[in-house]
Design a protein around this ligand. Structure first.
Ligand code: GLA
Length: 781
């Protein structure tokens, strides 16, 4: 069988081209040089149909064979990746191999986020796409029956394009595989073209399928709700199909477009696991299906629910990208792969790896109730303590004193501010601070000038009252004129005010999908997809026009926390729940795929506004430091002692940020199992520095001592504890004291820290934290 083998540094992906043109999946796993087609076993299986051109070979059935892009209608009765309906209503498609080629460089996609090798290479690929530059002729097309192609990527990233076609249906698909050898990542996408004469309808187009010949896997997925996003859940893959996704128009708080398939015995530190991350912010579906022979199919793509995507003759659809990775070294290693790829090869712009300014956000400090003077007072106090940026959240525009009106009217409410916004920003700049602003461009209130002028710009179905949410409607961003208008309005503000940061929010799910233009074709799936493309277009233009601005994504916290958004905004507000103890769980789930630098995380007031829980300022800062750090409270309202503590926290964050953002992150507890303490750790890439963070959860009287075992250190190297910080009670009296140190100054080797661990002192009370910093004392002996 002809084979195409893709190698990364530590993995191998192998595709088989069957003599009848079926594209088979032979292998994905640890690196091997072997011909993996020996794994395929051919037997006559009852009720598993045979292709007509198998010429009576009853052992050939696509119902059993592992495939790259399984189609409905070929005799494979498992869940397909691709299905087409004809104008007459006939379902099914039989794609066969036509040709393939391998070329240097990682492909780009028009209007869609992608993993890239370097930002320069990305720009080059984008110029090829727009036809502004001709692609140098290169690549190979091996055709002989026995020939096989091995791609090892010694010269960096490369792309495999496999062309499949069904002449009868009139459809051509180019499967795209982007290989980033050094990162151990392979991406998948496809371009689907109607090459016939009649209109066709795509009923399902997934981006990525992985077929496994074995069945003993667990599925890890990340579910949640507003203010409690990305809870990690691990469940065995069962017979039948397990599926999750979003039909909310955004990736959603409820399910994240990322999943892991892990071998049953896989832990954080050991075992095989596969991850798939979708670079897309709209409706999606993930499926894990175990079939009758215990084989497993894992796939991810745009949601096929209500999908009937029209393609007229010669029209094509570019399928959003999935990034996948495999490691034999457990879940932490898988997270490290995704952290690096998202941080350095998805996020873009000047803040990609730079330190983000420590900011203070007005939302939980003032909500809608502020004037310019009040904001200046907040800024003044914050500046004194070392905060570097003030962000004015919701309420500065239109008629916006609560959340019932004003969205859509992107002009400054000077009456409320009592001054022009530019003056406010300048005054804040004069304090030595940068200024940031909140926007929610995709939304409109019925009580707004924009809605009164253009009621047809909001999604509504004629003759039906639309569903409101937070008393707002969604603007139809699938229409260019709508995006253009909002863009121009917001740019009108940004051009006049010295703004260094934008929080781009989105506060409801999409409903009442109907495009109210005369020429438009009413199609749910197309409108939903074009909406996402409209949002991406808005962001692409914003980030290009204002390259100095730091963009933070947001959707009621983490309702659109996905790798697609991170291509435009290098950080996302992780959750509207700012309670430190709740955040530990949310940030734990988020860390499986998203880098720490992407996690917007703030110290807010105590008692917490969402839960009423009281926690120490130190605990709140330790938790918020596992992200892009900031404050979300009025610092005029904290005690003098706490002000000093804030100063110290900002210094600490500046000291540790590189280790936190660019180091390796280790989860040291499991929120489902460990009720007594939460712990996580940052280790520098070269293993010379380590920052350990611990928060006591349930406290008990006369409790046994817990030990936290560190990870990722050099076993034989000696480390000195440079700094140990905690706020603890005197064990019996309850009086707070900060001077009891048991580790500071001590020297331990990596083996002892990893094998025996660090004891959690008994006097660390409920919700109290400890932070310990170790540095290499000498080189490995
Ligand atoms: C969303 C965000 C909050 C805040 C409010 C403002 O809920 O997640 O942080 O910006 O909107 O309305």
């Amino acid at each position: 069988m002809r084979r195409i083998t893709l190698h990364t540094k530590n993995t191998t992906y192998q595709i088989g081209i069957h003599r009848l043109g079926f594209l088979l999946h032979l292998y994905y796993g640890s690196r091997t040089e072997c011909d993996m087609s020996y794994l395929l076993q051919a037997y006559d299986r009852g009720f598993s149909g045979n292709p007509h051109d198998a010429a009576g070979d009853r052992t050939l059935s696509l119902d059993v064979l592992p495939q790259e892009f399984p189609c409905y209608g070929t005799g494979d009765f498992r869940s397909a990746a691709f299905n087409v309906r004809s104008l007459e209503g006939v379902h099914g498609v039989d794609l066969r191999y036509q040709k393939h080629r391998v070329r240097r460089g990682k492909y780009a996609l028009p209007g869609l986020p992608v993993v890239y090798e370097s930002e320069d290479a990305l720009k080059r690929e984008q110029r090829f796409l727009t036809g502004k530059m001709e692609r140098p002729v290169q690549g190979t097309e091996p055709h002989s029956e026995e020939e096989q192609e091995i791609c090892s990527g010694t010269q960096g990233a490369y792309t495999l394009e496999v062309t499949l076609a069904d002449q009868n249906v009139g459809i051509k698909v180019i499967l795209l595989y982007g290989v980033l050898p050094d990162l151990d990542v392979i991406t998948r996408s496809a371009v689907v073209r109607n090459v016939g004469e009649k209109e066709l309808f795509l009923c399902k187009v997934f981006s990525c399928t992985l077929d496994f010949l074995r069945g003993d896997y667990d599925l890890l997925h990340f579910h949640g709700r507003h203010a409690m996003e990305r809870n990690a859940e691990r469940i065995p893959v069962m017979h039948g199909k397990q599926s999750f996704g979003s039909r909310r128009g955004t990736s959603s708080h409820q399910h994240n477009p990322f999943a892991i398939l892990a071998e049953r015995e896989t832990t954080e530190d050991y075992g095989g696991c596969y991850g798939m991350a979708f670079l897309y912010s709209g409706n999606f579906s993930f499926e894990a299906e175990q079939d009758q022979y215990h084989q497993v199919r894992m796939q991810l793509g745009m949601s096929d629910e209500m999908m009937d995507y029209p393609l007229s003759a010669d029209e094509c659809l570019c399928v959003p990208e999935v990034a996948m990775a495999y490691t034999a070294d457990g879940l932490a290693a898988l997270s490290h792969i995704f952290h690096k790829v998202i941080r350095e090869h998805v996020c873009r712009g000047r803040y990609k790896t730079a330190r983000r300014p420590v900011l203070i956000n007005s939302w939980e400090a003032a909500y809608f109730h502020f004037t310019g003077e009040k904001i200046l007072k907040m800024a003044e106090q914050a500046a004194k303590l070392g905060v570097e940026m003030l962000v004015l959240d919701d309420g500065w525009f239109g008629k916006r004193d609560d959340d019932n009106s004003g969205l859509g009217d992107w002009y400054v409410n000077e009456k409320k501010l009592g001054m022009p916004l530019a003056r406010l920003a300048d005054k804040i700049n004069d304090m030595g601070m940068q200024f940031g602003l909140w926007i929610e461009p995709e939304m409109v209130n019925e009580d707004s000038d924009l809605y009164r002028q253009h009621p047809d710009w909001a999604f509504t179905i004629p003759g039906r009252q639309p569903c409101r949410c937070r008393n707002q409607l969604v603007l139809d961003f699938s229409r260019k004129e709508v995006v253009d208008h909002v863009f121009e309005q917001i740019a009108g503000v940004l051009d006049k005010v010295s703004v260094s940061y934008i929080k781009m929010d989105m506060n409801r799910s999409l409903s009442d999908i109907c495009t109210l233009t005369t020429e438009s074709y009413q199609n749910y799936a197309k409108t939903m997809h074009c909406y996402v493309l409209g949002v991406y277009d808005f962001l692409e233009r914003m980030t290009a026009r204002y390259p100095h601005i730091l963009f933070e994504g947001c959707s009621g916290g983490g309702g659109r926390f996905d790798a697609g958004m991170l291509y435009y905004t290098p950080q996302i507000w992780c959750s509207d729940d700012t309670d430190a103890i709740e955040r530990i769980r949310i940030q734990h789930g988020t860390s499986f795929v998203y880098p720490i630098s992407a996690v917007g995380s703030h110290v807010s007031a105590s008692p917490n506004h969402q839960t009423g829980r009281q926690t120490k300022l130190f605990t709140r800062s330790v938790v918020a430091m596992a992200g892009s750090f900031g404050y979300e409270l009025d610092l005029n309202l904290v005690s003098e002692e706490e002000k000093d503590e804030v100063k110290e926290q900002i210094q600490d964050y500046k000291k540790y940020w590189n280790l936190i953002h660019n180091g390796r992150y280790y989860r040291l507890h499991d929120p489902e199992r460990d009720r007594e303490a939460a712990a996580w750790e940052f280790v520098s890439g070269d293993g010379t520095e380590m920052l350990l963070n611990v928060v006591r959860l349930d406290a008990h009287g006369n409790a046994p001592i817990n030990f936290i075992r560190c990870k990722g250190l050099r076993p034989k190297a000696r480390y000195r504890c440079i700094e140990e910080k905690r706020v603890v009670r005197e064990y019996h009296s309850g009086a707070p004291r900060r001077d009891r140190k048991q580790l500071e100054g001590r020297i331990c080797d990596g083996a002892s820290l990893m094998c025996a661990g660090v004891p959690i002192p008994m006097e660390l009370g409920e919700y109290e934290a400890m932070q310990v910093y170790f540095r290499l004392l000498d080189t490995e002996t």
